[in-house]
Design a protein around this ligand. Structure first.
Ligand code: GLC
Length: 424
């Protein structure tokens, strides 16, 4: 509903602007006699922490002639992607600036939906190094990093402290504590995002990467998933459901349901993005002040997170590309990046903020997050990324729901990925 209202507003702005163009003599090619400056829309997935409107108010007050209207699409990455693509394909051009998931840059760039941006114009050297890569395709910059992300393990500090235990660094420790401590305290053991959607692809990739495996090699031409490491990763998650330390409800969790379960006090461990820290510390939470967050564990020591986050891109059909680029410069400025963290609870891309003592006092997970981002691995690269992601989700969900043994599931995934790779 929220997005429909927002989209309705966006549409209205587009109509008003188009009427304005007709009066001011726009050329059929869409070139405008205003130096590329004027109002625009910014499309984004659901603003889960509700901060972006305030940030854009600052811009709108300073630049009333280049007003930006926020178009909020659904919370789920998959639904947002398909709505953006429907718009971009139709050429309707409802969206001028797009806040795209890091996983989509290649696809949007290859399809010609987003325009390359000039590297010189943005302070890429002040960003955390891995984020710039996610905005690059074929050697060119197609977007500007805006928010980064790495999965972390949230744990109930009160419960571990009482048992004289430390947060787990390995899967074996996590499994033991989830099996023994959780039920003793009336809790479920562990959850992540296990509904079949992009979040499950992330959880699957993290399990495989943490065990030392990979999913695809090169640019998606080589299938590398058929390995002992992948079987160990998928096996770990499937065993959790089989042995009851991952609750069955978690098979339907996205980020929000899993955050809710943790902050309602029902879980000992949660894999989630750092935004969950804010909700779990808030007034509606039953675990405020009683939890912590550490890097994800792996089979023999620290695991590997998938690199998440989003980049800002200018649509190839943007009505006012100059204003669009200035807006991106504003949103990636140090001042706004600080608000991305303090008001949006999202990990900024500006490296300096991670070492700011006042911020570290307020967000104690920042140092752990910084190392998780620096060590994070991208999702498998493929020109058919969506199909790859769908195959990974379906297979892991079957293994977790005990419909297929992990060994057979990994073999099936290898076969499906090979078929997708042949489609090029
Ligand atoms: C978060 C991440 C994004 C990922 C999504 C999956 O929004 O930042 O990269 O694709 O979660 O649900």
């Amino acid at each position: 509903m929220r997005w429909m209202r927002a989209a309705g507003r966006g549409l209205l702005v587009v109509m008003v602007v188009l009427t304005g163009y007709a009066a001011s003599g726009v050329t059929p090619a869409g070139r405008v006699p205003d130096g590329g400056r004027g109002p625009m829309t910014l499309a984004t997935a659901g603003d889960l922490t509700g901060y972006l409107g305030r940030v854009l108010d600052g811009w709108n007050r300073a630049r009333p002639d280049e007003r930006v209207t926020l178009v909020e699409l659904p919370d789920s990455a998959d639904e947002t992607r398909s709505q953006m693509i429907t718009d971009l394909r139709s050429g309707a051009g409802r969206f001028d600036v797009l806040n795209i998931d890091v996983a989509w840059t290649s696809e949007f760039a290859a399809a010609g939906w987003i325009a390359p941006v000039d590297r010189e114009r943005f302070p890429l050297g002040s960003f955390l190094p891995p984020v710039v890569d996610t905005a690059t395709y074929d050697g060119r910059l197609y977007a500007v990093p805006y928010v980064t992300n790495a999965g972390m393990l949230f744990y109930r500090k009160d419960v571990l402290d009482r048992a004289g235990e430390r947060p787990p660094r390995t899967w074996a420790e996590l499994e033991r504590q989830a099996r023994t401590l959780a039920p003793a305290h009336g809790l479920d053991g562990y959850a992540g995002q296990f509904l079949p959607y992009e979040g499950l692809t992330v959880n699957a990739a993290e399990a495989v990467y943490s065990a030392g495996g990979t999913i695809l090699g090169d640019e998606g031409e080589r299938v590398t998933v058929d390995s002992a490491a992948a079987r160990a990763g998928i096996g770990f998650l499937a065993r959790g459901v089989r042995d009851g330390w991952i609750p069955r409800e978690a098979l339907a969790y996205t980020e929000e349901e899993s955050r809710q379960a943790f902050q309602d006090g029902g879980l000992l461990f949660l894999r989630n993005w750092p935004y969950a820290w804010a909700g779990a510390s808030g007034t509606g939470s039953r675990v405020a002040g009683r939890f912590g967050a550490v890097p994800l564990p792996g089979p023999h020591g620290p695991g590997t997170s998938v690199l998440g986050g989003s980049n800002l891109a200018v649509s190839s059909h943007a009505r006012h590309p100059e204003s669009a680029r200035d807006l991106i410069a504003y949103l990636t400025s140090e001042r706004v990046q600080r608000r991305v963290l303090t008001e949006g609870a999202l990990p900024p891309v500006r490296a300096a903020l991670y070492g700011d003592p006042a911020l570290v006092r307020r967000f104690p997970y920042l140092p752990a997050l910084r190392s998780s981002v620096l060590a994070a691995a991208p999702r498998p690269k493929s020109p058919h990324y969506e199909q790859v992601s769908l195959a990974v989700q379906a297979v892991l969900h079957d293994a977790m729901a005990q419909r297929q043994a992990p060994e057979a599931a990994v073999g099936r995934l290898a076969g499906e990925l090979a078929a997708i790779a042949r489609r090029r």
